[in-house]
Design a protein around this ligand. Structure first.
Ligand SMILES: C[S@@+](CC[C@H](N)C(=O)[O-])C[C@H]1O[C@@H](n2cnc3c(N)ncnc32)[C@H](O)[C@@H]1O
Length: 407
């Protein structure tokens, strides 16, 4: 007997009722009828008996084998509604509601950073993403997700794999697009001795990479990698956080700038290397608070090099253990916060005590966002609107910006 998909889980799996509770069915859409063998609480290999009108042919030829994307079987409209509803439902679970602005989705082929698995093979090298639920590396020459500039680094990555990987152990290569050339970080590679260092240095020149780090150490730098935040140039340290797409970064920044209004004194919490702090410093005095000193160092250097910015101070602080308190936030017009996936429970409890006119919450996890939103709403803040931003096209990942105000 076929199963009818009732709705999707937050990971994007179809859910139906089974004899012993919910059954999870990958690559199935709401309303579809599916068949297949149950294994535990899953149907790992479903056959679609009656497809949804939202089912589409996957745009990428690698979709069946590559584990990089999980939602290419759904139309753009379906994904837009589903991602918006993931946030709506997360809020509803805490009895919260908001106005939602239309979702903003990054285009195909715009992802500007990726971590590849790479290994040596009998024939040469293999570089790509891990296959679905497997350790096998899948070659992705026609990937529809990654920016063409990132794909263009493949010859350099092949050369690095030949040097760093063995037939027994693969390596991991993270690549970030930068205006000065790709910024490449190789992990789990063979130790780099003297002759290998020379070879790596030559490869950086040959392939015009900006920087190469090897097992966590910078081994060659042709030019400092640079990112631009609203026209302000920053040179981030190795493995710095960076919004996943250029268009996503622009959309989030524009939304944050609109949300702070004409605030003149702003605190940017979980500031990274200044994605929001630097653009905000065009209009306001900014205090950028962040847990990683190297990120703050590059933020500070960028501020010193830029023209026409207002005062910007940096403050290293663990905001989980030691959140900014009411007394730290006196005379502040707006707080921006952009925590990691764990959210900002302790910080929101402290913000609940402070009387802030505006809180602009950027989140990459609707579940922790809704938990933290409840703390703010219980303290008298209103959620004015939520802007969902989809930088992780064809995945179940959801990001958002929300404005909280208090009169
Ligand atoms: C989602 S990123 C946002 C960074 C920045 N707002 C941006 O858009 O580029 C989260 C930031 O929080 C920082 N972070 C993580 N845990 C932290 C903690 N306990 N205290 C302070 N900062 C932390 C990370 O280093 C990272 O820079």
């Amino acid at each position: 007997m076929p199963y009818k998909i009732k709705h999707l889980s937050i990971q994007g799996d179809g859910i139906t009722d089974g004899p012993n509770g919910p059954i999870y069915i990958p690559f199935a859409l709401t309303g579809e009828l599916v068949e297949g063998e149950i294994d535990g609480n899953r149907i790992p290999k479903p056959r679609i008996v009656e497809p949804s009108s939202d089912r589409v042919k996957a745009p990428c030829p690698h979709f069946k084998t590559c584990g990089g994307c999980s939602m290419q079987h759904a139309s753009d409209t379906f994904l837009a509604d589903w991602k918006t509803n993931v946030v709506r439902n997360a809020l509803a679970a805490h009895d919260l509601k908001s106005e939602f602005r239309p979702i903003i989705t990054s285009p195909a082929q715009s992802r500007r950073r990726a971590t590849f698995a790479a290994q040596r093979t009998k024939k040469g090298v293999l570089i790509g993403f891990h296959g679905r639920a497997s350790d096998t590396v899948v070659d992705i020459p026609s990937c529809k997700l990654l920016h063409p500039d990132l794909m263009a680094t493949m010859p350099a990555l092949e050369a690095l794999t030949k040097i760093g990987a063995s037939r027994k152990a693969g390596i991991s290569i993270s690549v970030t697009q930068s205006a000065a050339g790709s910024d490449v970080s190789v992990l789990d590679a063979k130790e780099a001795g003297g002759p290998m260092m020379v070879e790596l240095g030559a490869l950086v020149e040959q392939f015009k990479l900006s920087r190469l780090s090897w097992n966590g150490e910078v081994v060659a730098m042709r030019a400092a990698p640079v990112q631009t935040f609203d026209g302000i140039t920053v040179s981030p340290p190795v493995s710095a956080f960076l919004q996943a797409t250029q268009s996503g970064q622009i959309a989030i920044t524009k939304t944050v700038l609109e949300a702070v209004g004409d605030a003149k004194r702003i605190v940017d919490l979980f500031a990274g290397c200044g994605t929001f702090s630097l653009p905000l410093a065009k209009q306001a005095q900014v205090l950028a608070v962040e847990g990683e000193a190297p990120l703050l160092d590059s933020l500070d250097a960028a501020w010193r090099n830029a023209d026409g910015l207002k005062t910007l101070e940096t403050h290293k602080r663990d905001l989980f253990r030691n959140p900014m308190l009411k007394e730290d936030l006196k005379k502040i017009d707006a707080v921006v916060l952009d925590p990691p996936r764990a959210g900002a429970k302790a910080q929101c409890e402290a913000l609940a005590e402070a009387n802030l006119a505006r809180i602009v919450f950027v989140s990459c996890n609707p579940v922790t966002f809704a938990r933290d939103a409840k703390i703010l709403v219980n303290a008298g803040y209103t959620i004015d609107w939520v802007q969902v931003i989809d930088q992780f096209r064809w995945s179940a990942h959801v990001e958002l910006v929300a404005l909280f105000t208090k009169n």
